[in-house]
Design a protein around this ligand. Structure first.
Ligand code: HEC
Length: 112
């Protein structure tokens, strides 16, 4: 997901050519990854080396809400891509990034 996010942000910040079709492709892969990643937490077990906080399973409602926000942000992002307004796209990218960071801040352990 990070790779896709970087690709998207790179294109928007200008160091990669702005290419709506490529952006959309990245966004669609990101959306798949987001849905897939939610299921990774369902078993309730923590793998060795995992940076998932115990709060993921202690506060499942809050964790689900964060995922819900992520899904919505990805959908909005894809909608702005379809509409094609660069300002809206930039705002949606920023919002999307924030949903990643917001969840990591609560549910992911800091780097070892
Ligand atoms: C609902 C909460 C949540 C959201 C939203 C979320 N993440 Fe995460 N992310 C986690 C947790 C928890 C971990 C730690 C998982 C682990 O170490 O087992 C993690 C780990 C990661 C990792 C480390 C990958 C790995 O395999 O260890 C990356 C990169 C990452 N997230 C990127 C993103 C990006 C980019 C987004 C937004 C598009 C995002 N995440 C949104 C909770 C979230």
């Amino acid at each position: 997901m990070e790779t896709k996010m970087r690709a998207i942000q790179g294109m928007l910040s200008g160091w990669a050519p702005f290419d709506l079709a490529a952006l959309r492709q990245n966004a669609v892969i990101l959306r798949e990854a987001c849905h897939h990643s939610e299921s990774l937490f369902e078993g309730g077990h923590v793998e060795r080396g995992s940076r998932a906080q115990a709060t993921v399973w202690e506060k499942p409602e809050a964790f689900d809400r964060e995922f819900q926000k992520l899904h919505e942000a990805v959908e909005t992002f894809i909608e702005t891509l379809d509409a094609g307004d660069r300002t809206d796209i930039a705002i949606a990218t920023h919002d999307l990034r924030q949903t990643c960071d917001s969840c990591h801040a609560t549910f992911r352990k800091p780097e070892p």
